[in-house]
Design a binder for this molecule. Structure first.
Ligand code: PAF
Length: 282
């Protein structure tokens, strides 16, 4: 695996790939890799000639500086995992590569409600930072295919919006959520769960699945309220539990056939914040 640390090196390498007509698959990450990320690498490899993975802990998407500070950075382990998974290139830029002081990287794009609801409500400014960094990374890596995970449903919806609005020449491929055998969505945060919270956390997926099974028996709002209460009853602290339109992410009043629908939640398991979702109608 090739390790590229700066933009000059990346530019030379990408130019060579383009000259050879090779298709580039790109998986952006913030490191602390787990099997979910590795599955994204494998899915990128299945569709492209070369897979580039980036590890960059993006300061602009953290609304809490303490969170940025304590974000795990197990880089030696990450490199070993990527190598073992068949990643071709690891791009690990510095903050100055992504945000050079003499370059205006501000993104003038307003996705409106898409970034205001759910995660946007509890993490103000987060998606502005995500869009900014993903746009910058796409400009630098120039991939044919961008691979992201469905676990971050809202993030994917926001990036899809950005790609469409800015007419970016990239195909977005969304990979299904990887889960532990008990249903817990794989996440870099799971290692921080104590034994007690690790045993409770699967209730999140169980509750989301129960909502899917009960779809149509009650109005979406009532089903969502029941889901919220079920998480509370298990001792979790949910921030939101919403049944939303799969594209606009706005709450749904009723189930409409042929309309994409998803149930999304964020809940605290002790001091670990977990998010998950289940697609109700594709
Ligand atoms: O999902 C993540 O890890 C990050 O939000 C991303 C897409 C790498 C941007 O920093």
């Amino acid at each position: 695996m090739l390790l590229i640390r700066n933009n000059a090196g990346l530019k030379v390498f990408i130019a060579q790939l383009q000259k050879n007509g090779q298709r580039i698959g790109f998986v952006p990450t913030m490191g602390a890799l787990h099997e979910g990320h590795l599955s994204l690498i494998q899915q990128a490899a299945a569709q492209c000639d070369v897979v580039v993975c980036s590890i960059f802990v993006n300061p602009t998407q953290f609304n809490d500086p303490a969170d940025l500070e304590k974000y795990p950075r197990p880089i030696t382990r990450d490199i070993e995992l990527l190598q073992a998974t068949g990643c071709d290139v690891l791009y690990m830029p510095d903050v100055e590569d992504i945000y050079p002081p003499d370059l205006d990287t501000t993104l003038r794009l307003n996705p409106g409600k898409l970034i205001e609801v759910m995660e946007g409500e509890f993490r103000p400014g987060h998606f502005e930072g995500v869009m900014q960094v993903v746009k910058r990374l796409l400009d630098l890596v120039t991939p044919d295919v961008l691979v992201m995970g469905q676990k971050d449903y809202q993030q994917v919806a926001v990036i899809r919006f950005m790609i469409q609005k800015l007419r970016l020449p990239v195909t977005l491929y969304v990979a299904e959520t990887e889960r532990e055998t008990d249903g817990l969505a794989k996440s870099s945060r799971n290692v921080r769960l104590t034994q007690k919270w690790r045993s409770i956390a699967p209730v999140i997926y169980q509750t989301l699945s129960a909502t899917r099974d009960k779809l149509g028996t009650l109005p979406p709002k009532q089903l969502a309220e029941a889901g919220f209460r079920a998480l509370e009853a298990a001792g979790l602290r949910p921030e939101y539990y919403r049944i939303v339109d799969g594209v606009t992410l706005l709450d749904l009043e009723k189930v409409a056939k042929n309309k994409p629908m998803v149930v999304c939640t964020a809940a605290w398991a002790g001091d670990v914040r977990l998010i998950d979702n289940v697609i109700l109608q594709p």
